[in-house]
Each structure stands twice: as structure tokens, then as C-alpha cells.
Design a protein around this ligand. Structure first.
Ligand code: SAM
Length: 261
């Protein structure tokens, strides 16, 4: 089987693709797997201008979600270095399957982070979902990398008082969703700020960062911006092409968080 190159992305099923990556060769995984909630890319809630949204998002049926999760996480476990770690994003619907699979495979959970964002959808009969879960896990808690002052020096004060790095390391992250600025877009992009934060705390320049479920390619794009090596998979051709175009041309740039919804 031909092995994969880093600093490339692949239009491939990640479970198959990861078999071509050598044991213990990945430093960090940042990923947002498909949702299992019959997500449709052009459903109105997710975007204001639907015509530019790329269709075809590959969904996993709910009753297959646990087995699917177990299979891709098995792949990650084999190729992750002993010093490596993984950040898995998940909505609450199938969080139970993600937690069960992590446990079955022997990952150590380091933190359970809540990403608080604004959804902007008014509800009448229930509360508005405005958070996402992020499980920060590792293979070996003694060996995993973590750079506590990667974003704020030890003695820097926060504008509202107290230590800046302490606030930044609290496990509720308030980060706005981003608008796309190009003429095409995908429906489920993670904000660059979120990815930057995980990259800075858990990797160094030159490290290899994997996203098995690339979508718009955001993890690869931000990894490259921060001088990390990247590799990843996307099963839907249109999404893969969109991500590859972003990496090749710098088109569909990452908006600043000030342009957020
Ligand atoms: C939630 S989205 C990822 C969004 C991404 N984090 C971003 O910022 O744009 C999940 C992606 O996984 C893709 N996908 C689903 N099953 C896959 C598989 N077996 N292998 C690779 N990609 C897959 C979907 O098509 C979808 O684009």
C-alpha cells in the first residue's frame, strides 16, 4: 500500500486513508466528525445565503454512528504519537457515542471543553443550542505536549483583571462563528480562532496535524498558516476540491473574528 505524503490532502474515506499513514507519526488531531442528525448542507438555519453553499455533505446514520466512530478512532489511535493528542468536536446529540468510543479505545480524557457561540436562530418551544463540545484527549498523559504560556505570558494581566493566561485556559471558550468572504462556502466551518487556540497549546512548528474530516479544509489551512505540517481527508469531491483550492491559491480566505455573525 502506497504511503501518504504530508502537506497534502486526499479525496478519500479517512478510515481507508489512515491505513496508509505509518504508526505513531501524527502529533495532533483536530477534527469535527459528521453529525448523524440528518444534516443537510442547504438547510436554512446554517447559512443566510444558501445558493453559494456546496451541497453533498456526507452524513452517517444514527444507528451506525458508534461503530463508525470506533473505526475512525481506532485508526487515529494507531497513527498518533505517544506524545500526541486529539481534539474532537461534537454536538450533544451523539456525544454519548464519542465518549463511549474514546473510553473503549483507552484514550485519556484531559479536558471536556465547551465552545460557546451564537447560533442566531430564535426558538419558541425550547432553549437555543449555543454550545458545542470539544473533547481534548491523549494517548499518554505524562508524554502529551502542552504549552501553558503559548498565547499569554505568565505575568500578563487581563484587561478586566486577573491573569490573562488563566482566563484563556478556562474550559469554556467564547468564540464567534465566522462569515465566509469568498463566493463559495461550506456549511459547518470551525472558526479559525478555535483551531489556532488548540494548535498553539498542543503543537509546535513542524508538527504534523491531521484532520480526518476536512470539510472546508479549515484545520489544514490554519495549520499551514502557523507553520505546522498537515494531512487530511474529505470524502465528498466538491468539498475536497474546495479545500484543495483554498490551500493552493489562498482563495476563500479566513475572515477575522470581527466579521463574525
Ligand atoms: C462537520 S464537517 C467538518 C467541517 C470542518 N471542520 C470545517 O471546518 O470545515 C464533517 C466532514 O466530514 C466529511 N466526511 C464524512 N464521512 C467521511 C469519511 N468517512 N471520510 C472523510 N470525510 C468524511 C463530510 O463530508 C463533512 O465535510
Amino acid at each position: 500500500m502506497e504511503s501518504l505524503e504530508f502537506n497534502r490532502i486526499y479525496n478519500e474515506d479517512c478510515i481507508r486513508g489512515m491505513k496508509r499513514i505509518g504508526d505513531e507519526s501524527i502529533d495532533l488531531v483536530i477534527t469535527d466528525p459528521p453529525f448523524a442528525i440528518n444534516f443537510r448542507a442547504k438547510r436554512g438555519n446554517y447559512n443566510r445565503s444558501l445558493s453559494r453553499v456546496i451541497e453533498g455533505y456526507n452524513e452517517i446514520p444514527g444507528d451506525e454512528y458508534y461503530d463508525f466512530t470506533l473505526r475512525w478512532m481506532e485508526g487515529v489511535r494507531r497513527i498518533l504519537k505517544k506524545s500526541g493528542s486529539m481534539y474532537v468536536f461534537s454536538g450533544w446529540n451523539y456525544l454519548k457515542d464519542i465518549l463511549a468510543a474514546l473510553d473503549t479505545l483507552g484514550f485519556t480524557t484531559v479536558n471536556h471543553i465547551v465552545w460557546k457561540y451564537q447560533f442566531g436562530v430564535v426558538t419558541r418551544r425550547k432553549f437555543v443550542t449555543s454550545h458545542y463540545h470539544c473533547l481534548y484527549v491523549c494517548k499518554n498523559d505524562r508524554l502529551r505536549k502542552f504549552f501553558p504560556f503559548a498565547r499569554f505570558p505568565q505575568h500578563e494581566r487581563h484587561a478586566e483583571g486577573g491573569s490573562a493566561h488563566y482566563r484563556d485556559k478556562e474550559d469554556v471558550w467564547v468564540i464567534k462563528r465566522e462569515y465566509w468572504t469568498g463566493d463559495k462556502k461550506t456549511p459547518t466551518k470551525l472558526p479559525a480562532e478555535l483551531i489556532k487556540k488548540t494548535l498553539l497549546y498542543s503543537s509546535e512548528e513542524g508538527d504534523v496535524v491531521l484532520d480526518p474530516f476536512l470539510g472546508s479544509g479549515q484545520v489544514a489551512v490554519v495549520s499551514r498558516m502557523l507553520n505546522r505540517r498537515y494531512v487530511g481527508f474529505e470524502i465528498v469531491r466538491e468539498y475536497y476540491e474546495f479545500a484543495a483550492e483554498r490551500l493552493a491559491t489562498g482563495k476563500y480566505r479566513i475572515p477575522s473574528t470581527k466579521e463574525s455573525v
